[in-house]
Design a binder for this molecule. Structure first.
Ligand code: SF4
Length: 164
């Protein structure tokens, strides 16, 4: 059985993607970006264990008509790709229209072949680079990161940034 390690789940956020969103913070990230905003989420030890069924059910019960969607953050959600894919498959089955964002330290080109990626609407990719930190940028921490329209990018086989 796949168990996902989750550090925290926020009912409402307006800074982790467009509109009001529930946010799942995954526990564990293999990267150690200098100036990481969530250092306590880097170890893979800790957090709460969730099956994909339990996690998808908790997300669905948090969503209200005011929610635009859900965001997966961390940590790095793509460090747990199988459990995440099982979770997004359940979410897509229950709510095909659900808007899903995901933050990852990987580059899109490194993960675009992961099955879970096709279930995501928008990926904010790339590590946090302290020298390129810019607090004026919406929904990202440093200038190197890209806010990617996943479906358009997969269809075009090249990175296309989302219109905000
Ligand atoms: S990818 Fe994100 S969570 Fe991981 S070390 Fe970098 S800033 Fe922190």
């Amino acid at each position: 059985m796949v168990i996902l390690k989750v550090a925290d789940i926020l009912r409402e956020s307006i800074v982790d993607g467009k509109g009001m969103r529930a946010v799942v913070f995954f526990q564990g990230c293999p990267r150690h970006c200098r100036g990481c905003h969530n250092e306590q989420l880097l170890p893979f030890e800790g957090g709460r264990g969730y099956t994909p069924e339990a996690l998808s059910a908790e997300i669905l019960q948090l969503l209200t008509p005011l929610h635009r969607g859900v965001t997966f953050s961390g940590g790095d959600p793509l460090a747990q790709p199988e459990g995440l894919y099982a979770t997004t498959s359940l979410l897509r089955k229950a709510r095909p229209d659900l808007n899903i964002w995901l933050y990852t330290g990987y580059l899109f080109e490194e993960v675009m072949h992961f099955p879970v990626v096709a279930d995501i609407d928008v990926i904010v990719d790339g590590p946090f680079v302290l020298e390129q930190r810019d607090i004026s940028l919406p929904f990202k921490g440093s200038g190197n990161q890209r806010i990617i329209d996943v479906k358009a990018s997969l269809a075009a086989r090249k990175v296309l940034e989302a219109e905000l």
